[in-house]
Design a protein around this ligand. Structure first.
Ligand SMILES: [Zn+2]
Length: 406
């Protein structure tokens, strides 16, 4: 590789070319960081005077503003010692004093020394220094129990800048007008879409206060710093879940002309986290996660209206509390006579899902019994409110209920 790409040039000075291989391109990306991890133990002096790390960098104060980068260390020696004359031609006086204090042994080869800061293996050490973000185990943040497979792939694409946001498409040569679909003001870019957009800031603001997390305005660049705090509190997946729902909302706005709504993202994210919490996938989150005020017990008087004589009236109810979750229903005719009843335990996330499951089973049993003229009475007005924007975890049941109708 050195022969192919560097020829006589120092690797840190080689310019990037369009014909470069991918691997070489990646090496160029990290060369400065990697260069700082090595020091040279001087031998023959066949290394660059100005570029290689053979002495502390602040020891080399040049006289000329454009030092000769081809100069080798050995060229500043005379016989077995430093040449004061040659050094004085290129270095300021205080630098000359420091450099001449370095002992040289021209008989041995120049040796590269790895500046290890830890006792882990060399490969691990290089990896953790060059890829600093590995410190917060991105692998486990992205691929874990808290995220669905689609979410994990979305995050992986986001971190590798593979999401087709307008700025990335531009880089790939697909030029066109760009507008953020969420705020309709700025151009769309990865940092704008997930952090800077006014619309998205509202989402973050509300969510962070909900999670009792300091409402820091974070950006794509600062997220690695914030992440340490989040990670400690077992919250590392939360920004990813939020980003996923932001992305979903953006796609709906872009491809289905849907009007983006902050409440929808928040509702979807909360219902998702709530579900994970319920399934004990966020072991520590319940300490600070508040899902709202507990329900107040209220008593209502209800009137049961009989159906007409061709119709079966079903009344469903669901119970959702700490001791267990169950759904049930009663089928009555126009005389009020009970024709059938059912009750079953279920596994759900919240009261709303309980009601939906009750409706599903009520309709399913009616279909099995060949009752088609039905009047269904539920006690949740919330179900009706969600007609338009259904939270994420309810879509499954709504789909199943629709399938019963077909
Ligand atoms: Zn925007």
């Amino acid at each position: 590789m050195r022969g192919k790409y560097c020829k006589d040039q120092h690797a840190t000075l080689v310019e990037r070319k369009t014909v470069d291989s991918k691997i070489w391109g990646k090496m160029l990306n990290i060369r400065q960081t990697a260069e700082n991890l090595f020091i040279w133990d001087l031998g023959k002096g066949d290394i660059s005077f100005w570029i290689d790390n053979w002495c502390p960098k602040d020891w080399l104060s040049p006289i000329s503003s454009v030092p000769n980068t081809d100069l080798k260390v050995a060229e500043c020696w005379e016989d077995e010692d430093w040449s004061l004359l040659k050094l004085s031609n290129i270095l300021q006086a205080n630098s000359v004093t420091k450099i001449t204090s370095i002992k040289i042994d021209r008989s041995k080869p120049d040796k590269i020394i790895w500046q290890s800061f830890s006792n882990q293996s060399l490969t691990k050490d290089i990896n953790s220094k060059v890829f600093q973000w590995e410190h917060i185990s991105w692998g486990t943040i992205i691929w874990n129990n808290f995220l669905s497979t689609s979410m994990s792939f979305f995050c992986w694409r986001a971190f590798h800048k593979l999401l087709p946001t307008d700025d990335i498409l531009k880089l790939k040569g697909l030029r066109g007008p760009s507008k953020c679909r969420l705020c309709l003001h700025e151009e769309e870019s990865l940092p704008h879409l997930f952090f800077e957009c006014n619309f998205v800031q509202l989402v973050w603001h509300q969510l962070l206060s909900h999670l009792n997390i300091e409402n820091k305005l974070f950006t794509w660049d600062k997220i690695t710093i914030c992440w340490h705090t989040w990670h400690k509190r077992n919250y590392a997946s939360i920004p990813l879940i939020v980003a996923w729902f932001i992305w979903m909302e953006r796609n709906k706005a872009k491809f289905e002309d849907d009007i983006p709504k902050t409440e929808k993202i928040i509702r979807n994210k909360l219902s998702y986290v709530h579900k994970m919490n319920k399934l004990k996938r966020f072991p520590n989150i319940s300490n600070s996660y508040s899902s709202g005020q507990p329900d107040q017990i209220q008593v209502y008087r209800v009137y049961w209206k009989p159906p007409d004589h061709n119709t079966v009236k079903i009344t469903t109810d669901g119970s959702f509390n700490n001791s267990g979750v169950g759904v049930g229903g009663v089928y009555r005719n126009h005389l009020g006579k009970c024709l059938l009843q059912f009750y079953i335990p279920v596994m759900v996330v919240d009261a709303l899902e309980t009601e939906l499951v009750a409706v599903y089973w009520a309709l399913k049993i009616a279909k099995m019994t060949s009752w088609y003229n039905l009047w269904l009475e539920v006690d949740s007005t919330n179900l009706l409110n969600y007609e338009e924007h259904v939270p994420w975890h309810l879509t499954y049941w709504i789909k199943k209920i629709r399938e019963l109708n077909s």
